[in-house]
Design a protein around this ligand. Structure first.
Ligand code: PEP
Ligand code: MG
Length: 869
């Protein structure tokens, strides 16, 4: 017969899948000789079988429970449900992964009208016995039979009121007897049956309730939110009771071995004397800091410190524990690896390496790369969020916490020197405003929309695609979930959760500590994968360098034109009808370009800089309103109608698949020629200053070798002109983005012309799936919610599809050119799972926005460590 129950001394910490986290750790503590009240665990497999058996506790399991209760009786010398020394137990759920959404604890199970008297006698404490009994009926009624808790509270309150007292502690034995009777009456009224006096019946019902709680809505939502899948169910822990409420030499508490907020290596926790576990959390009495236990019960404190030491050494991690002291004897009720802030996580990991508890590799694997965001950006304070009113949710596009007055256009943002820019979507015209704004909120757009990409590059908090929000331009107000915010009123954005709040939510600032630097040095020692940044301006470069960027993997030149002065020159260039007109516009752009490249090369000081030549989806650049179109006509000295005509000629139905990238250079090669000249001209200038320069020129959206060959020849000729004029040369590379499936399929041919490949996984994902990157936000969430996709492929690389194309391109590319340099510069380059995949593929580097450099570095090191295991 299959074994469904394990005594604590039969299990160990590695049996989490079967015994749940709590059960496995209780077994482990028993095993290493810590004082744990004896008990047993009903396995997660039993939970799964319970569902197979139509949610019934089958006879064999009942028998197994009975046998194990007998074993507990033997071990404790107590008897279950009768006798002078009654065995009482607690019943708790516990899955392999801690799930706060599941069932609460039931304490004091085994009490009935007979055992309550015995308990009173044996403890010589009648009050304790009746207080325990009334608590048990309340918990059992609430948790097992769903009798509303408030109905029990009303009874308690009425009795207190009639006695003129406010504290539970002032209730005497008679009051508690009265309350117990009333509780039983309530129970009978609500459930239609008497309160169970048979303890086995109590226990079986409690076990059933725990199993049922596995699928209660809270637990299901918790699993969904935390992406917990594939677990068979919850285990149930049945443990003999110890009492923290047996008098002044008894107590109960919770503690962490180190401070979970700062990581300080000092015990952190609280306790209450003469109390049961729930009192500490319920807030009825104010608990004492654990330090006080050292004065109040030094022996107990020392024993606890010793246990903390043993547990940390054993688990090699910070522990979160529950304990009870019963009449001067110390018991451990739970231990698990404690949750902590990212600051604490780093400090603890570094300290533990230095204490010789763990290796550097183990320390690196312990840090969730994504949590590093918390360290780099201001966050809303926990207390602030508790009070805050949530009014919408979009995509967490760029981390950070921002509060400010709402403005609906950049003019207002500029006039007010900041605020939250709220737009249906953003476009290059908004760039200056976005730069000044404290945060950005859009109604439309996905994770790679203009707003998201630009905001991440700027390290600016952004929530995009918040479709429940409507903007009323006329009234200058927005509406979401029935809340109306007028222009000039405050909202707050959480760029890490995608949530939007009403009003101003208070923030906390986190400092990067010395331990953090040490940690990153270890990460740098371990990883093979290089980490570059996507940076378009000297300011981005400075940020990325601060975080240790090893070069620029993508400098999007179209982003350099967003300034007010420049965008008009670019527009002129785009709407030009003739080579002459275009040359005139290009001549205006040239000095800006050269100056930008100069500044970037100077800052990058010899690190490689990949400059991508122009790739402007035309819809992002053309002037939209009539006023802007008239202004352009004026600037170009042309009739308004001719500009309108040209704009309508340039209009594209699918601009993302339109006249973009190198297609533009096939029709107007002079654009790339100008850019290549500006790059090399600037590089030579910087070289003259004695600074090393490594320019890499990158051609976007290539689909065919001959296309690249044509563009490359034009660029090279232009560059030779600069060399001839300056009478000096410099090394440079020409490569291509690989961002179209055909480029992957023909990568062996393309590699004949390309010295490097950089995977543009934004477009590669868009075109492989056939999902518009600007519109997919509308439906992708449904795919994830309905488990059709595990992840949004625009966020995390789709290994089966896009990943396969990448693998093929790498293989083919290396076959033609073994030394070809390979990188990635799509948004995936800063997403931990994708970075690990890039490590697996053997890329040379990933490139991501400056604020994600550290995340990418940690993920790269983790990938390497996992690979070598
Ligand atoms: C890409 O397509 O992945 C890329 C980096 O280019 P862009 O996002 O500018 O199209
Ligand atoms: Mg692209």
């Amino acid at each position: 017969m299959k074994k469904f129950i394990y005594l604590f001394d039969e299990g160990n910490k590695d049996m989490k899948d079967l015994l749940g986290g709590k059960g496995a750790n209780l077994a482990e503590m028993t095993h290493i000789g810590l004082p744990v009240p004896t008990g047993f665990t009903i396995t997660t497999e039993a939970c799964s079988e319970f569902y197979n058996q139509d949610k019934k506790i089958w006879d064999e399991l009942k028998e197994e429970i009975c046998e194990n209760i007998k074993k507990l009786e033997e071990k404790t010398g107590k008897t279950f449900g009768y006798g002078e020394n009654p065995l009482l137990v607690s019943v708790r759920s516990g899955a392999a992964v801690s799930m706060p959404g599941m069932m609460d604890t039931i304490l004091n199970l085994g009490l009935n009208d007979i055992t309550v008297e015995s308990l009173a006698k044996i403890t010589n404490n009648e009050r304790l016995a009746w207080d325990s009994y009334r608590r048990f009926i309340q918990m059992f009624g609430d948790v097992v039979k769903e009798v509303p808790k408030y109905k029990f509270d009303i009874i308690m309150d009425k009795v207190k009121e009639s006695k003129g007292i406010t504290s539970d502690l002032d209730l005497d034995v008679d009051d508690l007897k009265l309350i117990t009777r009333k509780f039983k009456d309530l129970y009978a009224e609500e459930t239609g049956e008497d309160f169970y006096s048979d303890p086995m019946e109590q226990l079986v019902s409690a076990v059933k309730a725990v199993f049922n709680s596995w699928n209660n809505p809270r637990a299901i939502i918790y699993r969904e939110l935390n992406e917990i899948t594939g677990l068979p169910g919850t285990a149930v822990n049945v443990q003999s009771m110890v009492f923290g409420n047996m008098g002044t030499n008894s107590g109960t508490g919770v503690a962490f071995t180190r401070n979970p907020s700062t990581g300080e290596n000092k015990i952190f926790g609280e306790y209450l004397m003469n109390a049961q576990g729930e009192d500490v959390v319920a807030g009825i009495r104010t608990p004492e800091s654990i330090d006080k236990l050292a004065e109040e019960m030094p022996d107990m404190f020392n024993e606890f410190m010793n246990i903390c030491h043993i547990l940390e050494k054993h688990y090699k991690d910070m522990q979160d524990m529950e304990f009870t002291i019963e009449r001067g004897k110390f018991y451990m009720l739970q231990t698990r690896n404690g949750k902590r802030t990212s600051k604490a996580a780093i400090n603890i990991a570094v300290d533990m390496v230095e204490e010789g508890l763990i290796t550097k590799e183990e320390a690196i694997l312990r840090i969730d790369p994504k949590s590093i965001d918390q360290l780099l950006h201001k966050t809303f304070s926990k207390e602030g969020l508790k009070e805050a009113k949530e009014m919408g949710e979009g995509l967490a596009a760029s981390p950070g916490a921002a509060s400010g007055k709402v403005y609906f256009d950049c003019k207002a943002i500029k006039e007010n020197g900041g605020g939250i820019l709220v737009r249906v979507e953003t476009s290059p015209e908004d760039i200056e405003g976005m730069n000044i704004a404290d945060g950005i909120l859009t109604v439309r757009g996905g994770m790679t929309s203009h707003a998201a990409v630009v905001a991440r590059g700027m390290g600016k908090c952004c929530v995009c695609g918040c479709s429940e929000l409507t903007i009323n331009e006329e009234k200058r107000e927005l509406e979401s979930r029935g809340i109306i915010i007028k222009e000039g009123e405050y909202i707050s954005l959480d760029g890490s959760s995608g949530k939007v709040y009403m009003g101003e939510v208070p923030k906390t600032e986190i400092e990067l500590s010395g331990a953090f630097e040490k940690f990153i040095n270890w990460v740098d020692e371990v990883r093979d994968l290089g980490v570059r940044m996507n940076a378009d301006t000297p300011r981005d470069c400075a940020t990325g360098l601060k975080f240790g960027a090893e070069g620029i993997g993508l400098c999007r030149t179209e982003h350099m034109f967003f300034g007010e002065e420049r965008i008009w020159a670019v527009r002129e260039m785009i709407v030009s009808n003739s080579r002459l007109e275009r040359d005139r516009a290009l001549a205006k752009i040239y000095p800006f370009q050269k100056k930008d490249f100069h500044d970037i090369f100077e800052l990058m000081n010899g690190k490689p800089v990949t400059v991508r030549l122009l790739d402007p989806p035309l819809h992002e650049f053309l002037p939209k309103g009539e006023a802007d179109q008239k202004k352009l006509a004026e600037l170009m000295g042309k009739p308004f109608s001719s500009i309108q005509e040209r704009i309508s000629y340039l209009h594209e139905v699918n601009p993302m698949l339109g006249h973009r990238g190198c297609r533009l250079a096939i029709t107007y090669p002079e654009i790339y020629e100008m850019q290549a000249k500006a790059i090399i001209d600037a590089a030579l200038e910087v070289k003259e200053q004695g600074i090393d320069v490594k320019p890499e020129i990158m051609i976007p959206l290539v689909v065919e070798k001959n296309e690249l060959k044509y563009v490359k020849e034009r660029i090279k000729e232009a560059i030779e002109e600069v060399f001839a004029k300056k009478k000096t040369r410099i090394d440079y590379k020409i490569g291509t983005m690989v961002e179209v499936p055909r480029a992957c399929l023909t990568a062996d041919e393309i590699a004949e012309e390309a010295e490097f490949f950089s995977f543009g996984t934004n477009d590669l994902t868009q075109i492989t799936f056939g999902f518009s990157r600007d519109d997919a936000g509308k439906f992708i969430k449904e795919y994830v919610d309905k488990n059709i996709f595990e992840k949004d492929p625009f966020i995390s690389i789709d290994r089966n599809g896009v990943g396969q194309l990448m693998r093929m391109a790498i293989e083919k590319g290396r076959k033609t050119r073994p030394e070809i340099k390979l990188g990635i510069c799509g948004e995936h380059g800063g997403e931990p799972r994708s970075v690990e995949f890039c490590n697996e593929l053997g890329l040379n580097y990933v490139s991501c926005s400056p604020y994600r450099i550290l995340i990418a570095k940690i993920a790269a090191a983790q990938g390497k460590i996992k690979q070598s295991k």
